[in-house]
Design a protein around this ligand. Sequence first.
Ligand SMILES: CC(C)(COP(=O)(O)OP(=O)(O)OC[C@H]1O[C@@H](n2cnc3c(N)ncnc32)[C@H](O)[C@@H]1OP(=O)(O)O)[C@@H](O)C(=O)NCCC(=O)NCCS
Length: 152
Amino acid sequence: MSEVSLRAITPEDLPTLFENQYDPASATMAGVPIREEADFYVRRTRTEADPATDTRAVMVDGEMAGDVVSWTDESGRHVGYRIAQRFWGRGIATTALRLFLAELTDRPLQADLLKTNIGSRRVLEKNGFRLLAPDELPADAEPTLHYFRLDS
Ligand SMILES: CC(C)(COP(=O)(O)OP(=O)(O)OC[C@H]1O[C@@H](n2cnc3c(N)ncnc32)[C@H](O)[C@@H]1OP(=O)(O)O)[C@@H](O)C(=O)NCCC(=O)NCCS
């Protein structure tokens, strides 16, 4: 059984995070664009410097497997995560999000995901998030997305 833990992200982690987001399968699943190197480093360095954003490296048996992130926008506080493909299907995202939720005090927490992203949906459900009902959706809700929320 692998041991999953979280730690702060350091500048030395950025190449691994770059590679993780450069995977077309991962980008398609998440529905986010792949960033080229210069663009990625500028954006991620800004993210890491933002005091309103929380990030953690996901460690598996001492190796960095991905990251978890929480940020705020006009619709509230959000959570997201990405695990490198070679670690998929081992319960790592589920455990990483559970550990992150124990550290984060913000509630409610939201997660918006492509309706096709079955794996991410399961990660959220297993961590107590619920799918918003049609009458709870934001006015500008995207028809391709599911909106999940953790209230407490
Ligand atoms: C989504 C993602 C985080 C899942 O990571 P993971 O470590 O493989 O997830 P887990 O092993 O904890 O799996 C959780 C559940 O999802 C299921 N699952 C995972 N990937 C799946 C897939 N591609 N299709 C169907 N089910 C999947 C697992 O079987 C498990 O369900 P179960 O407990 O009912 O058996 C990972 O695939 C990833 O990083 N994808 C790209 C980025 C992304 O989509 N991030 C989320 C953006 S909203």
